[in-house]
Ligand binder design. Structure first.
Ligand code: NAP
Ligand code: 1JT
Length: 262
């Protein structure tokens, strides 16, 4: 079996700019010959997306785009309806969406307030389940569709400052397993990639982010930080039929950092 993306279409959620992990995945999927459709939440991201897409292959230069602020049930319903009209079926979804009040990515985790907790879990964890359910109910998912989300080691271990996002990622990672179990009998696969720290818009201005990259350079088996290209190529694998036996999995693309215990 080979990587074959002919006539395969993937929804990419979460391109904010050229540094976004979702954009790295989109570029690799484009190279592999897949057809892409993007969703955005802010109009600013939409404008940037049109410019970014212009650099893709002829197949995706004018890739369709749908608005989907994942905090809105209405947006999710409208997006799924539009996707149905524009592409008919999806062979996969890349969910690369997260948000948390930065006041709670530092200091003591226990300082978190109810509203910030709910918001982080809503956008960063519940949204994956919500979009998948909506897509499935609308009969948008192809047989053997592959669904993918992005997570971070802070969901499994205590990583200084990741705090509230760590709790949200733990919920997301658990959702991956329950969704994989529920949808597996229909052939649909659900997986996560746990990426090492990458300097993106989200990472910018976050407490000790640079320190976390330095730790990776000093301690990870590969002694270097993870690149978006590396996340992109692993995503291509998981989204392809080459990964047909993998579901409910969390693959670490982090230079091996997660195996180190010292
Ligand atoms: P990014 O470029 O800032 O992407 C985050 C995306 O989330 C943005 O496109 C943003 O869109 C979207 N988003 C936020 N709120 C949303 C909402 N209500 N509805 C729809 N979209 C929303 O940062 P990134 O680092 O690539 O993050 C992508 C994923 O990778 C996240 O799940 C993150 O936790 C994960 N991850 C990142 C790292 C890292 O070190 N960078 C490591 C491991 C995992 P708008 O700007 O349009 O709102
Ligand atoms: C969000 C932010 C989600 C930053 C994120 C994120 N997922 C990964 N990062 C980068 C990161 C952040 C910290 C870290 C290591 C990596 C910002 C707010 C929106 C949601 O600590 C070691 C804190």
């Amino acid at each position: 079996m080979h990587l074959n993306f002919e006539n395969k279409t993937y929804l990419i959620m979460g391109v904010a700019n050229k540094r976004s992990i979702a954009w790295g995945i989109a570029q690799e999927l484009d190279k592999a010959g897949a057809k892409l459709i993007f969703s955005y939440s802010k109009e600013r991201s939409a404008k940037g997306l049109v410019k970014l897409a212009a650099d893709l292959s002829d197949l995706n230069k004018e890739a369709p785009m749908v608005k989907c602020d994942v905090t809105s049930d209405e947006d999710i319903t409208t997006a799924v309806t539009e996707l149905k009209e524009k592409v008919g079926t999806l062979n996969g979804i890349v969910h690369s969406v997260a948000f948390a009040n930065k006041d709670f990515l530092g200091d003591d985790y226990s300082a978190v307030d109810r509203a910030s907790f709910a918001q982080a879990l809503d956008i960063s964890a519940y949204s994956f389940t919500a979009i998948i359910r909506a897509a499935k109910l609308a009969d948008l998912l192809a047989e053997n569709a592959s669904l993918l989300t992005l997570t971070y080691l802070g969901g499994e271990r205590v990583i200084q400052n990741y705090n509230l996002m760590g709790i949200a990622k733990a919920a997301l990672e658990s959702s991956v397993r329950y969704l994989a179990s529920e949808y597996g009998p229909t052939g649909v696969r659900v997986n996560a990639i746990s990426a090492g720290p990458i300097r993106t818009l989200s990472a910018r201005g976050v407490g000790n982010f640079s320190e976390s990259q330095k730790m990776v350079e000093e301690r990870a088996p590969l002694r270097r930080v993870t690149t978006v290209e590396e996340v992109g190529t692993t995503a291509v694998f998981l989204l392809s039929d080459m990964a047909s036996g993998i579901t409910g999995e969390n693959i670490h693309v982090d230079s091996g950092y997660h195996i180190i215990g010292y």
